[in-house]
Design a protein around this ligand. Structure first.
Ligand code: CA
Length: 737
């Protein structure tokens, strides 16, 4: 199976100077893009790099059908940052991804910053459909899930590693983890929710890859197939283990079986593409995310020094091959330095789409076709921020500061194993390498989150890390209709920016109840998957001010506070069903947040008001209210109100106010029941809610309001620190089928 290096050098010699001429790309054709990423696989552990004891005939097919790179690099020596570089096509240090992320499902910052676009996101603008398979490791907060980062589908897991056997997946999802490595034991996810998977993990991912190709054969697609094999833990099935009975070392034997499972999967993918006749229109990259940790998983980086984590070649110099039959030559060896950053740059060129951010990679195709005989990269750089370690490669020379107290220079062409450090002189390009590295580093950002190596420090700062926001479950990310109901309307607040104007309108100015705040649109914004309404202490002009006015709306020159109130009036209304809102409220003095509805017909209170939630001070005591109001003969409000002292909630849960909770209304022709976290707070009998004229305002459609008032019933905000913050995760309405 394996080929030897001297033979490959000969092939290269023959190909030098040969410009590959393929039929020109037809303008309307956009190639499918597949990135097959393995995890912690050694440079020497593929047949195309000379591996002797683990046959990888299918992975080798990619090199045979296309080009293998002998000097290919990833941008970091461990998983997370390397993947951030691959998926964005940008040095991850540009956006502060300089550490391996922790599994912190409540932390929006622990993952890919929102400034960054994934390749899936970019390609979606060119009508690509996409899937992420396997290991994600770019953030475990729901705002970081693959479907929130540009992918159309996801099948895999969020964390940096995972067990391989389904019987070990004892936790439902990341809401149940209590420690970093518990995330290895969660069930797999399909899209945003969990699934019941029965196959060995690697086989399941291969199956899903084939299924996606079958389903999407007729449209341009992008598949990010991120096998976590052969990353630890070392686990393989008998089917693969028995292929390697000749390997004496147990670690290496299991490792070989895991690589072999990946190779089978690659074979299934290649076969499916060929069977469907779309192989020639599919650009496939194969690589490992970093070098092999030889002692940990039994991998082999061949002649390269060190392994995973290191800035010597063994950590960052990876197996890498690309195929695109008919467009690039077959069986070619390319020796100049290339980078995993080049994947995005190559893909977007042929997808004819421009990324929002500037890329650090280059389109590799002209280089492998011989159209461009220059260097794809004048320089490549690496930084390990916490270790103050770095490396730079320019041509054959590499500067590295790692482990040793001093900088070292190697000529990699003569000394790929980095065994003879050269003098730090002009002749060895020392000052150029050093100053180029420094100018590059000046453009980079410090890490924006604490990483895996700083877990203890992180836990101290975030004692709530594993105390999931009740009832924050992966399942709640997708609305689950009650038995016999279906989703009628949903607002997930998942597009950053202003609330969707097709659904929401803003209230303006002084509106009701002699409240202190001036309502304005500026204070309501969608961020990280939730609506955030901010109560601010700021002076704004009352545009309706009238001298000598006796009306509270017009007698004040200024408002001293601002906030927002949004409503679906004239945009959406509904009659009967289940309304569910997940929100976190500010319970400090002065705050009066609410979730409520008003009938579309007649004036208040004859139109009917339903308060799923109000929080304010009543008789000086903080209370949560659940009410309905209608009109008596004098057109005053008649209330059916429950006022539950707030301490009843904090007694049960000390940090109640720091968490999200679910308010729910079950509204039928006969009753309205209002629940908080599934506890019934009030039941309103609709046979008794007639206005004086006999009209029942709860037998008509209602629209929804979300607002944060300040002052009035909320109490005096004078001693409260501003801003106040009211967050709404989603609003969902279900109706009977
Ligand atoms: Ca890795």
């Amino acid at each position: 199976m394996s080929r030897n290096c001297s033979h490959l050098v000969m092939v290269w010699t023959v190909l030098v100077g040969f410009v590959f001429t393929a039929s020109p790309l037809r303008a309307q054709e956009k190639p499918n893009v597949i990135v097959i990423l393995t995890d912690d696989q050694g440079y020497g552990d593929v047949g195309f790099n000379g591996c002797k004891d683990i046959p990888t005939p299918n992975i080798d097919r990619i090199a045979d059908n296309g080009v293998k790179f002998t000097n290919a690099y990833v941008t970091y020596a461990v998983c997370g940052p390397s993947r951030a570089g691959i998926i964005t096509g940008r040095y991850q240090d540009r956006f502060g991804f300089g550490r391996n992320p922790l599994c912190a499902p409540q932390d929006t910052a622990q993952g890919l910053p929102r400034s960054e676009e994934t390749l899936a996101k970019v390609l979606s603008r060119s009508a690509y459909t996409s899937i992420a398979l396997g290991k994600w490791h770019l953030g475990a907060h729901k705002s970081q899930y693959p479907l929130k980062r540009g992918f159309d589908e996801f099948y895999g897991f969020l964390s940096g590693g995972h067990k391989y056997f389904p019987n070990e997946w004892t936790l439902n999802d990341v809401s149940e983890i209590k420690a970093q490595f518990d995330a290895y034991n969660t069930r797999l996810m399909r899209d945003n929710g969990r699934v019941d998977e029965k196959e060995y993990l690697t086989d399941a991912l291969s199956r899903e890859a084939v299924s996606f190709i079958e389903r999407k054969a007729d449209v341009p697609f992008f598949m990010y197939l991120a096998f976590n094999a052969p990353h630890a833990p070392l686990q393989a099935t008998e089917k693969y283990l028995k292929r390697f009975s000749y390997i004496k070392n147990k670690k290496r034997r299991i490792y070989a079986a895991m690589v072999s499972a990946v190779d089978d999967g690659v074979g299934r993918v290649l076969n499916k593409l060929e069977e469907l006749g779309i192989s020639d229109n599919t650009l496939i990259f194969f690589l490992s995310d970093n070098g092999g940790p030889e002692h940990k998983n039994g991998s082999d980086n061949g002649v390269l020094r060190d392994g995973k984590g290191s800035l010597y070649e063994g950590g960052i110099h990876v197996p890498f091959a690309v195929q695109w039959p008919g467009h690039i030559p077959a069986g070619k060896v390319y020796e100049k330095s290339v980078s995993s950053l080049d994947i995005v740059a190559t893909a977007v060129t042929y997808a004819k789409v421009t990324p929002k951010n500037k890329l650090d990679g280059v389109n590799l195709i002209p280089f492998v076709n011989g159209e461009n005989e220059g260097e794809p990269h004048e320089q490549l750089f690496w930084r390990k921020y916490d270790q103050k370690a770095y490396a730079a490669r320019c041509g054959d020379h590499k500067l590295v500061k790692y482990k040793s107290d001093t900088e070292e220079i190697y000529n990699l062409k003569a000394d790929i194993s980095e065994s003879n450090s050269l003098a730090l002189t002009e002749e060895n390009h020392y000052s150029n390498l050093k100053s180029d590295y420094q100018s590059w580093e000046d453009e980079m950002e410090d890490p924006v989150f604490l990483g895996l190596m700083k877990g203890k420090e992180y836990n101290k700062l975030h004692p709530e890390r594993f105390k999931m926001l009740s009832p924050f479950k992966v399942d709640t990310l997708v609305g689950k209709a009650p038995e016999g109901y279906e989703l009628l309307w949903t607002e997930e607040f998942d597009q950053d920016g202003k609330p969707n104007s097709e659904k929401w309108a803003f209230e303006e100015g002084f509106v009701r109840n002699n409240e202190l705040q001036w309502y304005q649109s500026d204070n309501a914004n969608v961020r990280d998957g939730a609506l955030v309404i901010e109560g601010r202490k700021e002076t704004v002009k009352n545009t309706k001010y009238k001298k000598r006015s006796k009306n509270w709306r017009t007698d004040r020159k200024n408002a001293e506070y601002t906030s927002s109130s949004i409503k679906t009036k004239d945009k959406f209304s509904f009659q009967y069903g289940v309304l569910e809102v997940r929100a976190k409220i500010d319970t400090r003095m002065g705050m009066w947040p609410a979730i409520w509805t008003l009938g579309v017909d007649q004036k208040w209170p004859a139109n009917g008001e339903i308060d799923l939630m109000e929080f304010y001070r009543h008789e000086g005591k903080a209370k949560i209210l659940a009410n309905a109001a209608w009109a008596n003969a004098e057109k005053n409000a008649v209330w059916d109100s429950e006022k539950i002292p707030f301490y009843k909630f904090t007694e049960k849960e000390k940090d109640w106010a720091d968490k999200f909770h679910i308010w729910k209304m079950d509204w039928t022709a006969n009753y309205i029941r209002i629940y908080l976290d599934d506890e019934l707070l009030n039941e309103i009998d609709l046979s008794k809610t007639l206005n004086a004229d006999g009209y029942n305002p709860f037998h008509q459609p209602h629209y929804i309001l979300l607002n944060l008032a300040i002052g009035a019933n909320g109490g005096n905000p004078l001693d409260t620190d501003f801003p106040g913050k009211y967050e709404v995760d989603y609003v969902r309405i279900y109706q009977k089928k």
